[in-house]
Design a protein around this ligand. Structure first.
Ligand code: FAQ
Length: 332
């Protein structure tokens, strides 16, 4: 299939140089809650922040295929296998929408890939934990996709058009993913005592890291304030984390599983659940590359990239041939 998308590398990006009139237009669009589009002037730091967040989000979707992908060949039934294949494929699709959204800001796919593989760009901490049992596939769907939904629904209203629009479709698919995770855990929780224990063990291991997905606490989040002023982020890390806890407590009760937090308690005055301190040193260590699976995840990604070189070369040769055939036909 010929790639008919415009090559954004050849489209001149609007200059980022300071411009009072353009800045006033940008500010007015933000104040009116309208979208900034690729053709619009934008401050250099706004562009940089978007490239950072969108590309890291894309990398997370791509690396995030690994823990569940490893269970495709071991899924307990044909039905579970087909659902899991569809889910992992959806995550690849999310990565591709997001890389495309980042490309509209003038960054190439090659640059982003290079930053991921050289360790310069981050991806979500959660994907550096192992999926040890089939119940972990359920916990990833229920907790990780659940956290992703809480974080990403507000991103549908992100001030940057291509990112917000990509998020609308991503969120629809994430809600299917969360339900399939819930359903796996529900079946295990209502199965044999061993199956229920396996489900509880997976939730025990994944709950804390899922809460850390929302990022450092607000007081320690260098990017939040500016990203919220630019309406890239609509809520702070702690606000979204609270929303997630409030959403998960009743769901855990319905599953018959407990959340591993002795401090979890309804606070009537706040109208929210109180929850215990999280291990921020653990998050820092995982982000710094010292989580249980960081080395394994990167080695797998680099090998897949190298193994895929012939596919990229063949696709590029095919596209070149079709471009020259099209040009010959046009001039005939
Ligand atoms: N892991 O100042 P903040 C998914 C970094 S997709 C690693 O608070 P910000 C779907 C942060 O980048 C999951 N790094 O930063 C799925 C920054 O570093 P930098 C991914 C983290 O950007 C399910 C520094 O710490 N989702 O799950 C993490 O304002 C199942 C300071 O932090 C997204 O990417 C972390 N947890 O807020 C796929 C959503 N937290 O770049 C497969 C979009 C923070 O300055 C299977 N992203 N850092 O060097 C966001 O909403 C934001 O970027 C946050 C961080 C909230 C992640």
């Amino acid at each position: 299939m010929t790639d008919t998308r415009p090559d954004l590398r050849s489209v001149e990006q609007p200059s980022d140089a300071p411009d009072t009139e353009a800045q006033a237009h940008f500010d007015a669009l933000l104040a009116a809650d309208e979208r900034i589009e690729p053709r619009d002037w934008m401050p250099a730091k706004y562009r940089k922040t978007l490239v950072r967040q969108i590309s890291q989000h894309a990398h997370s979707e791509i690396i995030g295929m690994q823990p569940e992908g490893a269970w495709i060949s071991r899924a307990p039934s044909l039905k579970r296998k087909s659902i899991l294949i569809a889910k992992v494929q959806d995550e690849a699709g999310h990565g591709l929408y997001l890389y495309s959204a980042a490309e509209t800001l003038g960054t190439t796919r090659e640059e982003m890939n290079e930053q991921l593989m050289s360790g310069k760009a981050k991806y979500s901490s959660i994907f550096n934990y192992p999926a040890l049992t089939w119940a972990d596939v359920g916990a990833i769907g229920w907790l990780v996709d659940g956290a992703a939904i809480c974080n990403q629904v507000p991103l549908c209203r992100c001030s940057y058009g291509p990112y917000g629009r990509a998020m609308v479709r991503v969120c629809k698919e994430e809600s299917f993913h969360q339900r399939q995770g819930w359903e796996i855990l529900h079946a295990l929780s209502n199965g044999t005592p061993e199956q229920k224990a396996m489900a509880q063990d997976a939730v025990n291991r994944y709950y804390g890291p899922a809460l850390q997905m929302f990022g450092p606490p607000d007081a320690d989040s260098p990017n939040s304030q500016q990203s919220m002023a630019w309406k890239i982020k609509r809520f702070s890390n702690d606000e979204l984390r609270q929303r997630f806890v409030d959403m998960m407590v009743p769901q855990a009760e319905a599953l018959g599983l407990t959340l591993p937090d002795p401090d979890l308690a309804w606070n009537e005055a706040r109208g929210h659940y109180d929850y215990g301190d999280l291990d921020w040193d653990e998050l820092k260590a995982v982000i710094a590359g010292n989580g249980p699976c960081n080395t394994q995840r990167m080695a797998h990604k680099i090998k897949a990239h190298e193994d895929g070189a012939w596919v990229r070369e063949a696709a590029a040769a095919y596209a070149r041939r079709h471009t020259s055939t099209d040009a010959t036909l046009k001039h005939a």
